[in-house]
Design a protein around this ligand. Structure first.
Ligand SMILES: [Zn+2]
Length: 324
């Protein structure tokens, strides 16, 4: 998700109208050159997490549990340690109607920084999506398997090129039902909130329909603008800034539209990376084969460059915290 609940509901209604069109679209760019090993790995992981076997990864379902097992197996293979005694951090998902509350589970890991002290960076994405509706699997390749896969790729690099500050890798659950995994994280954090210098959140980072990757959050923490701009030098994708001011029409201010909203509510600076809505947003057509590998690789590279810049500036960023 990345929109208001009302707009999401509207999208789901529209979705049923557009479904027959979706089923006929698709296909890959067969003229592209053969991808390098890193891009292949990126796409391989995207196809794995956005596969039908994950059943749309709806929070509280066996499909979400399967996705979680896959994520943890990847983290173990990369050599990233759990945050605390387990990768799994359960919480209760509150439902709005009469159906009973269910359990959600955030997956949290930590890569220790070389400094050994100081603020930590929470790098996040959400692994849940919309599940199966009317017999169709909503695979959520862009939303947000793309963010989760980017986190894994970044984790692999950070194990070779250690960050200065601790990086807390967080794969949130139940984002689609109101940022519940992120809200549970800040309500019962596995490290003191005062030590979280910033949240860098990735949600929908693989589709190039609108041709650009947006960086939101700099209007709330102006010093982050130069940090994010410096990381954009040499970027392989177009980087735009905005979607974070109140003067925008409803739905265009993304300040509270994904998990970074839970950190913002606690006064913690954030940057959010994401693309504009596309024709498959919250539809069964959000499939891995519609992702352009070159664009996705470009956003992954930007996210990594940004993380390194943020890591270097983290003590200054942490001092920019607001009192909520
Ligand atoms: Zn999302």
């Amino acid at each position: 998700m990345r929109r208001t609940t009302m707009l999401s509901a509207l999208a789901l209604v529209l979705c049923s109208v557009a479904r027959s069109v979706d089923a006929q679209s698709g296909g890959t760019s067969s003229a592209s050159p053969a991808p390098d090993a890193t891009t292949s790995r990126l796409m391989q992981r995207l196809h794995a997490l956005a596969a039908d076997s994950m059943e749309g990864r709806r929070a509280g379902t066996p499909g979400a549990a399967r996705a979680r097992r896959w994520l943890i197996a990847e983290l173990r293979a990369i050599g990233v340690e759990p945050m605390g005694t387990s990768y799994e951090h359960p919480f209760v998902i509150r439902t709005r109607n009469a159906s009973p509350d269910t359990n959600g589970v955030n997956v949290v890991a930590r890569i220790k920084g070389t400094a050994g002290s100081g603020p930590a960076l929470v790098l996040s994405a959400h692994y849940d999506h919309l599940g199966i509706r009317n017999g169709e699997v909503f695979n959520g390749a862009d939303d947000d398997a793309s963010g989760c896969v980017t986190l894994l790729m970044i984790a692999e690099r950070l194990m070779r090129e250690r960050p200065t500050h601790d990086v807390i890798l967080t794969f949130f659950d139940a984002e689609e039902s109101g940022l519940q995994g992120a809200r549970a994280f800040v309500a019962n954090p596995p490290l003191p909130l005062s030590t979280i210098g910033m949240n860098l959140n990735l949600d929908m980072v693989s589709r190039q329909d609108a041709g650009a990757l947006w960086v939101a959050g700099t209007s709330h923490t102006p010093m982050l603008k130069s940090v994010a701009e410096s990381a954009a030098n040499g970027a392989r994708v177009t980087i735009r800034f905005g979607h974070d001011t109140k003067d925008l029409k409803p739905g265009d201010d993304w300040t509270n539209s994904s998990d970074h909203g839970a950190f913002h509510a606690r006064g913690i600076p954030f940057l959010y990376l994401g693309v504009e809505d596309h024709p498959d947003y919250h539809k069964a057509g959000d499939e891995a084969h519609k992702v352009d590998p070159t664009f996705f690789r470009g956003t992954m590279e930007y996210a990594y460059a940004l993380l390194r810049r943020v890591d270097a500036a983290l003590p200054d960023i942490a001092r920019a915290r607001r009192t909520p």
